[in-house]
Design a protein around this ligand. Structure first.
Ligand SMILES: Nc1ncnc2c1ncn2[C@@H]1O[C@H](COP(=O)(O)OP(=O)(O)OP(=O)(O)O)[C@@H](O)[C@H]1O
Ligand SMILES: O=C(O)[C@H](O)[C@@H](O)[C@H](O)[C@H](O)CO
Length: 187
């Protein structure tokens, strides 16, 4: 994609069920770049906790985000573009990811690591998670959705691209691509 310079990261963020893995994977495919799923970076203890229906704590999340930061930094230093699917629910979690850019100045929000928030109504999320749970495909139970919604924090000043993620995955990916093109030239 012309507008995304080599050596950048697009983080597809949002609560459980918003479609981070689905959309992130598809976006990476059309951008012909690597897709990283933050779920693959959790220690077994974190996954076990979530499987039991216990929300992660700060102490559980910070080391996980720091591991992701290391991986993103390596990718940026290699001059590669990557898409990361990661909840990144709190502002200070996103600061950890933005800081993967060695040139990032804390609090400036101007980083090679950019964020796209998948915005979906709670009742649609709940329905998606019920279907996924019935299929027995994922460790994250629907019961954790409420805690995720309560934790989500977005500050206008961060300039996060918010997309309506209740339509078809194809339409969402096309919308993200178009929005990124529109933002061309912006920091
Ligand atoms: N746009 C969409 N329309 C309908 N269903 C979707 C859409 N996006 C994702 N889904 C479905 O919703 C469920 C959750 O999607 P996905 O696993 O991609 O979300 P996630 O944000 O990565 O979730 P988690 O944070 O729990 O890993 C999956 O069963 C997926 O197939
Ligand atoms: O911050 C968190 O609580 C975690 O990142 C969870 O959101 C999971 O990783 C994931 O989204 C579920 O698959």
């Amino acid at each position: 994609m012309a507008s995304v310079q080599k050596g950048s990261v697009i983080v597809i963020m949002g609560v459980s069920g918003s479609g981070k893995s689905t959309i992130g994977h598809m976006l990476a495919e059309v951008m012909e770049c690597r897709f990283l799923d933050a779920d693959d970076f959790h220690p077994a203890s974190n996954k076990e906790k979530m499987r039991k229906g216990i929300p992660l704590s700060e102490e559980d999340r910070i080391p996980w985000l720091e591991t992701l930061q290391d991986t993103l930094r390596e990718s940026l230093l290699d001059g590669k573009t990557a898409v990361l699917g990661c909840s990144a629910l709190r502002k200070h979690y996103r600061e950890i990811l933005r800081s993967a850019d060695p040139k990032y100045q804390s609090g400036s929000f101007s980083s090679s690591v950019k964020f796209v928030l998948l915005d979906v109504e709670a009742k649609v999320l709940a329905a998606r998670l019920q279907i996924r749970a019935a299929e027995g495909k994922h460790f994250m139970p629907p019961s954790l959705l409420q805690s995720q919604l309560e934790l989500l924090q977005v500050d206008e000043a961060e300039g996060i691209l918010k997309v309506d993620a209740s339509s078809s995955p194809q339409a969402i990916v096309a919308n993200i691509q178009a929005s990124i093109l529109q933002c061309r030239g912006n920091p």
